[in-house]
Design a protein around this ligand. Structure first.
Ligand code: CS2
Length: 492
């Protein structure tokens, strides 16, 4: 597929194709499907509306696949909005260049230091920030962080940001670093990790960069939302049938999309409002609402669904006891812990969420949402659990989510979690799996993981009644199955 072909077909077929920008103002770290169906789409709308030098240089962390395919397609690809009503295609032509950061780490730094780049956007997932989930600080025992601190071309995102900013400090050119990952207070979190990295550098090296950060670098927070599954062969075929050209890397996405951003940019920004972005002082509220009501409920559906032998989120939510559990966790346990953004109707938000979870045409997989639970749940559960317990309530459905997670990732000997749970990847799988093989029962496992290991942070490690309830539910799952555990939690 060439740009020309796409543009010609777009002109004749009514396909939305933005005009490619000639120069880049944004460096994006994490060229995955999410970025290509989210920030890229907003940027295309901004360029179509107001123009500007806001092309994107996209950096994939390690994988060559998307980079090679995009290069052979003049950096173009299709976003396929999928709903039970059908397929709607668009081509956000906003990338001026793409490359693999793991192969060219020096280029990440020099691009970041180039004064024509004025924003760095980041989607490297919760797992990509090199911090210790227990403390929230930079994980200085991670060998990759240690290597980045010692010099040479950095491999971690935080190392790349810190080294790039260090180099940029000599020009003094202002820049904005905009995290778009599901981490609470993601701007402040990213800034803290970059500062911790710089503070550990010897002599004046870090001090000068820190002074530059004080003067010229902004780290606003943002809340991003769009369900974006992975690409499969079926989608390539469908796009080919609709478009008549072969796109190797189309991105499937739900029609819904949201981006709430703190309007604190050091060197300008695209008119992302044109794509519907909300600039607000209440990003923290949007973020909590989304990370808890959407992502927290999503995790529950994923673990209960996978353990019930179900491949997709819509199939799982189609089972009445899982739907009931999802409504219970959202209403009784997540919702009371959040402050709703002004003007947002939470009942409408909830109704929309359940429509989104139920999008059968999208087929979002339980194994995808259940992946990396060790890092994701850390963002989703500790505060709502503390909120409930402090109000004298046991959050049974969040305890069930954690029990489902443990049974999926660290099954006790003799328990078979099934193929969808086994397909979930998690950096803690090895460690937790070992703990499970030597645990006496669910109570022992929960105590070791939540208490001793502090997998979900220090505060939760001290909440022994919650840990005990998780352990009880693990034992029910192991002895009587997931259905019995759901009934137990719902009836409690
Ligand atoms: C999901 C998210 O994989 C997960 O954990 O909850 O990726 C979710 O689909 C997005 O955050 C929606 O914006």
């Amino acid at each position: 597929m060439t740009a020309l072909e796409l543009l010609r077909r777009g002109a004749h077929g009514g396909l939305a194709v933005a005009t490619s920008p000639t120069s880049a103002g944004i460096l994006h770290l994490g060229l995955g499907n999410f970025h290509r169906a989210h920030q890229a789409v907003y940027t295309a709308a901004a360029l179509a509306d107001a123009g500007g030098d806001w092309g994107i240089v996209g950096v994939a962390s390690r994988s060559r696949d998307v980079v090679d395919a995009m290069r052979s397609q003049d950096q173009l690809y299709t976003v396929a909005e999928i709903s039970p009503r059908g397929l709607s295609l668009s081509v956000p032509a906003v990338h001026t260049d793409v490359f693999v950061g793991g192969e060219e780490p020096g280029r990440v730094i020099t691009t970041l230091a180039n004064p024509s780049i004025r924003i760095v956007t980041i989607t490297v997932t919760e797992n990509g920030y090199s911090y210790s989930p227990a403390t929230g600080h930079l994980n200085t025992s991670d060998p990759l962080v240690i290597a980045d601190l010692q010099g040479g071309a950095p491999r971690t995102t935080i190392g790349q940001l810190a080294r790039g900013l260090q180099l940029r400090a000599s020009s003094g050119a202002p820049i904005t670093i905009l995290s778009c990952d599901n981490l609470s207070a993601n701007g402040a979190h990213t800034e803290r990790l970059v500062r911790e990295f710089l503070a550990l550098l010897p002599g004046a090296e870090g001090t000068e960069a820190l002074a530059y950060l004080d003067q010229s670098v902004a780290f606003p927070s943002s809340m991003v939302d769009r369900i974006v599954p992975s690409t499969d062969a079926g989608l390539r075929e469908r796009v080919f049938c609709a478009l008549g050209v072969w796109d190797e890397v189309p991105v499937p996405a739900e029609p819904f999309t949201m981006w709430a951003i703190e309007d604190r940019f050091a060197a300008g920004r695209p008119q992302w409002e044109a794509g519907g972005a909300i600039f607000t002082d209440e990003v923290d509220r949007y973020e909590q609402l989304k990370v808890r009501l959407l992502n927290g409920t999503h995790s529950l559906i994923a673990y209960l669904g996978a353990l019930s032998g179900v491949a997709t989120i819509p199939e799982a939510i189609g089972l009445s006891h899982i739907e009931q559990s999802a409504r219970a966790v959202l209403r009784r346990e997540y919702e009371p812990s959040v402050e709703v953004p002004s003007g947002l109707d939470v009942r409408e938000y909830e109704a929309q969420l359940f429509d989104r979870f139920g999008n059968t045409a999208l087929g979002h997989r339980t194994s995808q949402v259940g992946t990396d639970g060790s890092v994701k749940l850390r963002q989703r559960i500790p505060e709502p659990v503390a909120h409930a317990l402090d109000n004298g309530e046991m959050p049974h459905m969040i305890a069930l989510t954690v029990a489902g997670y443990l049974c999926s990732i660290a099954p006790l000997p003799g328990f078979l979690p099934g193929p969808f749970a086994e397909a979930m990847t998690d950096t803690a799988r090895g460690r937790l799996g070992e703990l499970a093989t030597t645990s006496r029962d669910g109570a022992d496992l929960a105590h070791r993981v939540i208490g001793d290991l502090q997998l979900f942070g220090q505060d939760l490690s001290t909440r022994s009644s919650f840990t005990a309830r998780v352990g009880e539910l693990v034992d029910i799952i192991v002895r009587h199955g997931i259905g019995a555990a759901i009934t137990d939690a719902l009836d409690a």
